[in-house]
Design a binder for this molecule. Structure first.
Ligand SMILES: Nc1nc2c(ncn2[C@@H]2O[C@H](COP(=O)(O)OP(=O)(O)O)[C@@H](O)[C@H]2O)c(=O)[nH]1
Ligand SMILES: [Mg+2]
Length: 467
């Protein structure tokens, strides 16, 4: 892969503490750049007095970091360019994991002429030096932040270049087509009819179908990565907190027979068959009795606004009431699952009427006390997340909004071209070529071949320092 143009100070040798701040068994100070080995030579004393610049690549050495006095007892690893994370000379110093000694080693390295790395700068260099493309660089962050095994698997797939290969393939076919069309521009005053139109159309249709598949799957990919927000609503005492505890499989929230027990919204994350689901137990929405409840109810409403899915809880023992109606109003327009609870008690709720007024058939009768039909609630949540589709974890997922936008833009241009070509003789090769060029540009921007510097900065600023 060729070297990309860097926006700033790529000649500096950068350094950062690459492990999380706090007490740990070990902490790592990482250096990368032209002077990494010279800096290491100045501060590292190995047992046999050999300097790091003489170490073989991918070897590890015991010794001390010292200037005037010993600062820490460490293990130092050298990874020489170009076979390293950044494709530059990299030195990693495994120190004792306390923040004081890590800071002291870091300060010493800074004093020897290295510069503190910006967030994500190591990975940015890996990208700029052409070891990975931009989609892969973004996947590094996704791997670090994965919340479940499934999302981790998808991120790793992207890091290993699964998505990139697909995009690259599509882009190559597109560039071929573009080449054919551009050749015509030079040769004739005639319209595109002179080109082998049928074969061009077929190729474009094929690319468009592939892109569409990726876009369709993107919704799932983004869910897999970000998870969904699932909010439990209902009037006081219907069993919202009981449901929260059952979903979490622990007694997180206080459950009592007193209406209004939960006064604040409580958010926790669960792993539902690989999907990170943020579940929120809310204060029951009703006429507030005091100022605490006012705030609690306000928070409930704000969560409802942001929710991807609402679990609307009802009490089978109680008739449909104004309180239920108010909540139904508050959750209008949201995807809802109704959990009609307390099926162990006498029934007073007209379930058929509820289905009618809520316009949903997704109603589960359950008894949280008896743990009856609990798995049905979880199944319904999953069904709603995937719209009834079966998730294939091996598929290539787009998990990134930026990628989805670029794909949509590319597909737009390609569809426009197909429509123009379909119109027959009136197609202007110049316009067709310019649309396809734009489409190719969008695909290239996913890989980072054609990306704007400020987009780059935005992407890497989300990283932590040291990655
Ligand atoms: N009989 C019966 N009582 C339940 C059931 N689920 C919850 N409860 C009781 O209803 C009361 C209110 O429950 P809670 O979860 O605090 O409701 P919330 O106010 O909606 O959070 C508690 O006394 C629970 O023990 C159920 O399935 N059957
Ligand atoms: Mg509660």
């Amino acid at each position: 892969m060729r070297k990309r143009k860097s926006s700033h100070n790529a000649d500096d040798t950068i350094v950062a503490i690459s492990t999380p701040v706090g007490e740990g068994g070990i902490g790592i100070v990482r250096l990368s750049g032209k002077a990494a080995l010279q800096v290491a030579d100045k501060i590292f004393v190995s047992k046999d007095r050999i300097k790091p610049s003489k170490f073989k690549t991918y070897t590890t050495h015991y010794g001390h970091i010292r200037r005037d006095e010993v600062i820490d007892e460490v293990i130092l690893t050298v990874m020489r360019a170009p076979r390293s994370y950044t494709k530059e000379d990299v030195v990693e110093i495994n120190c004792h994991g306390g923040i004081v000694c890590l800071r002291k080693v870091l300060d010493l390295v800074l004093a020897m002429g290295a510069r503190l790395a910006l967030p994500g700068e190591f990975t940015k260099r890996a990208f700029l030096n052409g070891r990975i493309d931009l989609a892969q660089a973004e996947a590094v962050l996704d791997v670090i932040r994965s919340k479940t095994e499934s999302s981790m698997r998808v991120a790793l797939g992207q890091l290993e270049g699964g998505l990139s290969r697909k995009i690259k393939g599509l882009r190559e076919v597109l560039l071929d087509v573009l080449g054919e069309i551009e050749a015509r521009i030079d040769f004739s005053e005639e319209d595109i009819e002179l080109a082998p139109k049928q074969s061009i159309l077929e190729k474009l249709e094929k690319i468009s179908t592939e892109i569409k598949k990726l876009i369709e799957n993107a919704e799932n990919g983004i869910i897999l990565k970000e998870g969904i927000l699932c909010v439990i609503c209902g009037k006081p005492n219907v069993g919202k907190s009981s449901l929260m505890n059952i979903l979490l499989r622990r007694n997180r929230v206080i459950v009592t027979p007193v209406p209004g027990t939960t006064r604040d919204a409580i958010e926790e994350e669960i792993n539902l068959k690989g999907i990170p689901v943020r579940v929120v137990d809310t204060a029951g929405i009703r006429q507030a009795r005091d100022v605490v409840e006012v705030h609690g109810i306000r928070k409930s409403r704000s969560y409802i606004k942001r929710a991807d899915l609402i679990l609307f809880m009802l009490d089978l023992n109680k008739r449909w009431s104004k309180a239920d109606k108010d909540i139904l109003n508050a959750i209008k327009g949201k995807k809802i699952i109704i959990v009609a609870n307390k099926s162990d008690l006498k029934r007073n709720l007209d379930v058929e009427m509820v289905k009618k007024v809520t316009k949903t058939n997704e109603l589960i009768e359950a008894s949280l006390r008896r743990k009856k039909n609990m798995e049905k609630v979880e199944e319904a949540i999953l069904r709603n997340i995937w719209h009834g589709k079966v998730l294939q974890p091996e598929a290539t997922f787009v998990t990134n909004l930026r990628h989805r936008k670029d794909l949509e833009h590319a597909d737009n241009r390609i569809k426009k071209t197909i429509a123009t070509l379909d119109k027959g003789r009136s197609a202007s090769p110049e316009i067709v070529a310019s649309d396809l060029r734009e489409a190719a540009f969008s695909l290239g921007s996913i890989l980072g071949d054609t990306v704007e510097p400020d987009i780059l900065n935005r992407i890497f600023s989300k990283f932590c320092i040291g990655k």
